[in-house]
Design a protein around this ligand. Structure first.
Ligand code: FEO
Length: 169
């Protein structure tokens, strides 16, 4: 595997692992706050990010590179509200999208079309994840401080959980 591609994919492995830990910290916070729908949604989201990481690990190793399993900094553990959580989550996903775009750009520069092809799954996934986070934030804006609305929001968030995908290449 081209070393520049290997390096940037390893950077992406760390980004996905960091996302997984951040969403796990958010899930744990939500659980302690008694907002269980939100907690379940975030636990599932954390699992999905781990699957993204695994997908990259396996791809790098199977293409003759060496995946680096990274150490991760301790994520933020206190949050002010569900709106705060989902604002941070959207900001984080936008950063990840920028990183994915950079990987795609390097693939083109290096004329690595098979990695470019592999990365298209991540491009589509980022579009979905950003749209979902924006949708949730729009709902939270509508609800404002209405406790009944927040109760229903938390209950309904369970229905937005998508099944983590089994990593494939
Ligand atoms: Fe795998 Fe949400 O980035």
């Amino acid at each position: 595997m081209n070393t520049r591609i290997e390096k940037i994919l390893n950077k992406q492995i760390k980004a996905e692992a960091t996302s997984s830990q951040l969403y796990l910290a958010m899930a744990s916070w939500a659980e302690c706050e008694g907002i269980n729908g939100t907690a379940q949604f975030l636990y599932a989201h954390s699992d999905e990010e781990r699957q993204h990481m695994l997908k990259l690990v396996k791809f790098v190793n199977e293409r003759g590179g060496k995946a680096e399993i990274p150490s991760i900094e301790i994520p933020q553990k206190e949050f002010e509200s569900p709106s705060h959580v989902f604002t941070l989550l959207l900001e984080h996903e936008i950063q990840v999208t920028n990183m994915i775009n950079e990987v795609v750009f390097v693939c083109l520069e290096e004329k690595d079309y098979s990695t470019h092809n592999f990365m298209q799954w991540f491009v589509a996934e980022q579009l979905e994840e950003e749209a979902l986070a924006r949708n949730i934030l729009d709902k939270l804006k509508l609800i404002g401080n209405d406790k009944g609305g927040l109760y229903l929001f938390d209950r309904d968030l369970n229905t937005l959980i998508s099944k983590p995908e089994t990593p494939t290449n």
